[in-house]
Every structure is written in structure tokens, then in C-alpha cells.
Design a protein around this ligand. Structure first.
Ligand code: NAD
Length: 253
């Protein structure tokens, strides 16, 4: 595999599981040193094990992206360890509790917005100054197809993901001439613990989700990871402020 990211450093939030874990491994396989940040240190440190087994280099940083002090500590640790930051995948997110808009509690609303939206803003706030000093960088924020269309019974999640796309466009415009590109990925239904929680692993519900996907299957975390790696690579050098769907054609229907 071509090590196009040799000597580069990638920071992945929500890197212990799911899409974040797949992205951390994908960046490492391309030669990047990886900072895996997550609320939960995976019991067996599976992400780090997978990266080192593939000959890569990574550290784990415990971080709640909704807390400013945790985010600054995460960035400090990145610099103290690797001395630079080239790529950030601001991926950590939660779905919250399923309930219609009028049933959504204030607690659920604030928690989902704090992680999915404030967390992405805090990460960019502290990533951008370092990238600006370097004069180059690429950020990908994780939105969702739920950032482009409504989704009943997930009002806070849908609002947060729409907002992430708007925030990304704004930051992309601010940095269009600074050498830093900022995009979002918008996954469809991807086989992770988040989808298992939403479907309750109920076969009938899983089938309804499968039926929404024109390709007739769930996406895999690795398929989103490949899109993130590409958006960060120089192959995407004229792409910024874009919301890239990785959804098996869902939004084309
Ligand atoms: P997941 O639940 O498997 O992984 C989410 C990761 O984020 C976990 O490792 C979790 O510990 C971490 N995390 C949660 N809260 C955190 C916090 N406050 N600070 C730091 N880390 C935190 O879910 P996933 O499916 O891999 O989701 C990753 C991203 O993809 C999310 O932003 C999600 O909204 C988005 N997404 C997922 C799907 C899907 O179908 N799975 C679809 C569209 C968008």
C-alpha cells in the first residue's frame, strides 16, 4: 500500500469504535502517525493493537470532545508527542434518545448538541491555529445523511448534523486561502454499534434500514474511512466546504 501520509499526523476523535476506529487504521496504513481520541479507552485497546500490528504508530488520548479542557489537553498531547497536526477527523458523535420533537427532553437535546456540534466546533477551534501555523492541513467533520434530510424521532441528532454541515462550510470559506481544506462526510446506514443501538438488532427494523439503501445493504465503517482518507489527501486538493455522502445512493433516491 502506498504510504502517502508518511511523516504526517492524523487526529481521530471517537477512534475507539466504529467509523473512527476504521479511519484510524486507514490513516495508519497510509503511513500517518495517529492520535486516537475517545471518551472510552477500548478495553483491549483494539484500535491501537490493529495499528501496531499493521506496522503503524499511534497513541490513545482520553477525551470528551464536549469539554474544552479535554480538547485542549488532546491537542497539547498531540503536539508534545508528534510535534505537528496534518489531518483531523472530528468524528465522535452520539445519537441520543429516540423521541419525537415534542417528546425530546432538554437533557437529551443539550447532550447531543454538546457532543455532536459543540464538540466539532471545539476541536476545530483548537486544531486550526496549529494548521494555520503550518500553512497546510485538512479537516473532515462527521455529519450524516441526517445532516441533509430529516429523520423522524431524532430531532437533536438531525439538528446537530445539519449544523455541522453549516459550520464546516463557514470554516472552509474562512480558510479557503490558508491551505486548509475542511469538508464533511455524510454516512448512510453503516454497520456499527450506533446502528445496533438504533435498530435494537431487531431483524425487521434492520430490514427497513436495508430497504432505505438502494444498494440493498449496510455500508461498512471501512467504506467511510476510505472517503475520509481521500478527502484529506492531495487528490482532493480543490475540494473544500463539501458534504460528501457515503450512503450507497440513499440520497439519490
Ligand atoms: P459508534 O457509537 O460505534 O462510535 C462512536 C465513537 O464516539 C465511540 O468510540 C464513542 O466512545 C465515541 N464518543 C462518543 N461520545 C464521545 C465524546 N463525548 N467524546 C469523545 N468520544 C466520544 O458510532 P459510529 O457509527 O462509528 O459513529 C461515528 C460517527 O458517524 C458519529 O458522528 C455518527 O453520528 C456518524 N454517523 C454514523 C452513522 C452510522 O450509520 N453508523 C451514520 C451517519 C453518521
Amino acid at each position: 500500500m502506498e504510504k502517502i501520509f508518511d511523516g504526517k499526523v492524523a487526529l481521530i476523535t471517537g477512534g475507539s469504535f466504529g467509523i473512527g476506529r476504521a479511519a484510524a487504521v486507514a490513516f495508519a496504513k497510509k503511513g500517518a502517525s495517529v492520535v486516537v481520541a475517545d471518551l472510552i479507552e477500548d478495553g483491549e485497546q483494539a484500535t491501537l493493537k490493529e495499528i501496531t500490528a499493521a506496522g503503524g504508530n499511534a497513541i490513545f488520548v482520553q477525551c470528551d470532545v464536549s469539554k474544552a479542557a479535554d480538547v485542549t489537553a488532546m491537542i497539547d498531547r498531540t503536539f508534545n508527542t508528534y510535534g505537528r497536526l496534518d489531518f483531523a477527523f472530528n468524528n465522535a458523535g452520539i445519537e441520543g434518545i429516540s423521541a419525537a420533537t415534542q417528546e425530546c427532553t432538554r437533557e437529551n437535546w443539550e447532550k447531543v448538541l454538546a457532543v455532536n456540534l459543540t464538540g466539532v466546533w471545539l476541536c476545530m477551534k483548537h486544531e486550526l491555529p496549529h494548521m494555520l501555523r503550518q500553512g497546510k492541513g485538512a479537516i473532515v467533520n462527521c455529519a450524516s445523511v441526517a445532516g441533509l434530510i430529516g429523520f423522524p424521532n431524532l430531532p437533536a441528532y438531525v439538528a446537530s448534523k445539519h449544523a455541522v454541515i453549516g459550520l464546516t462550510k463557514t470554516a472552509a470559506l474562512e480558510n479557503a486561502q490558508s491551505g486548509i481544506r475542511i469538508n464533511t462526510v455524510c454516512p448512510g446506514v453503516i454497520r456499527t454499534a450506533m446502528i445496533d443501538r438504533i435498530t435494537g438488532k431487531d431483524k425487521a427494523v434492520e430490514q427497513r434500514f436495508t430497504d432505505m439503501e438502494p444498494m440493498g445493504r449496510f455500508g461498512e465503517p471501512e467504506e467511510v474511512a476510505e472517503a475520509v482518507v481521500w478527502l484529506c489527501s492531495d487528490a482532493a486538493s480543490f475540494i473544500t466546504g463539501h458534504a460528501l455522502t457515503v450512503d450507497g445512493g440513499w440520497l439519490a433516491s
